[in-house]
Design a protein around this ligand. Structure first.
Ligand code: ADP
Ligand code: MG
Length: 248
């Protein structure tokens, strides 16, 4: 068997982010370096205020580092102006948040199609159904969010994130606490889905507080005080919880 090194989807090179305000400055990230390998699922954990959301925002090109560099799928974000960065983000990145932000009046199908419709692009019904198929909801395409469980609603939000990338699969799917509003069993459906997407080649980066959620990832990154203080690969929930308790 030959070993091939998968190319990194996202590389952070000595990334620092300092927020300045009248109250003083906060070093939210301090010289963080990490390569998120393409086609893998990474969980980011750490105490509140440790820099998780800042890391996600910077890795996704939603915010720029104060110092250091970020590249996504081989593109150095520092070389992109705001317009090019926005366009790049639209094609290369997908986002899922704790709140699904679905419209209750629209069917699952129409929720998935909405961003593309709003962007003034042509909606291909077959592609919308494909996206719903990827999250296991093709048969429920006509249901509205109030007729779906929380886990199913989050899966619709994931289908929408995947479909909004138009023809190509996004380089990275970023998720900030995607199971934060779900109970254990519906959360598990979403985690299994993220795991299956990664097994199918999708790069997934997820912020979570939950060791069980992180146990679905290939690698868990631990942040404390703006720095990466640990990494675990293929760890179980108990091992991850133990490491977390040492940080809190
Ligand atoms: P986490 O997601 O791990 O809770 P954040 O990345 O949100 O952490 O925040 C890291 C640190 O940066 C915290 O001390 C937070 O108060 C600070 N911070 C985050 N966003 C801002 C901002 N827009 N302005 C000032 N400080 C911020
Ligand atoms: Mg946060």
């Amino acid at each position: 068997m030959t070993t091939t090194l998968a190319p990194p989807a996202v590389v952070l090179d000595a990334v620092s982010r300092t927020y300045r305000s009248r109250a003083g400055s906060v070093a939210a990230l301090r010289a963080v370096s990490h390569a998120f390998v393409a086609g893998t699922f990474t969980a980011v954990m750490g105490p509140s205020g440790s820099g998780k959301s800042t890391l996600l925002q910077i890795a996704a090109g939603l915010d720029r580092p104060t110092t250091g560099r970020v590249s996504i799928a081989g593109t150095d974000l520092a070389g992109l102006g705001e317009t090019a960065l926005t366009r790049f983000r639209r094609t290369a990145m997908a986002f899922v948040f704790q709140s699904y932000n679905l419209l209750d009046a629209l069917s699952a199908f129409d929720n998935v199609a909405l961003p593309v419709r709003l962007a003034g692009l042509r909606v291909e019904p077959a592609a919308v159904l494909d996206a719903l198929d990827r999250v296991g909801l093709r048969d429920l395409a006509r249901r509205r969010p109030p007729e779906l469980s929380g886990g199913q609603q989050q899966r619709v939000a994931i289908a929408r994130a995947l479909y909004a990338r138009s023809d190509s699969q996004p380089s990275v799917l970023f998720a900030d606490e995607p199971t934060g509003a779900l109970d254990r069993s519906t959360g598990r459906d979403v985690l299994r889905l993220l795991r299956a997407l990664a097994d199918g080649g999708q790069t997934v980066v997820m912020v979570t507080h939950d060791p069980l959620a992180a146990s679905y990832a290939d690698e868990t990154l631990f942040l404390a005080d703006g720095q990466v203080v640990g990494r675990l690969r293929h760890a179980d929930a108990a091992t991850i919880a133990q490491r977390m308790s040492e940080l809190e």
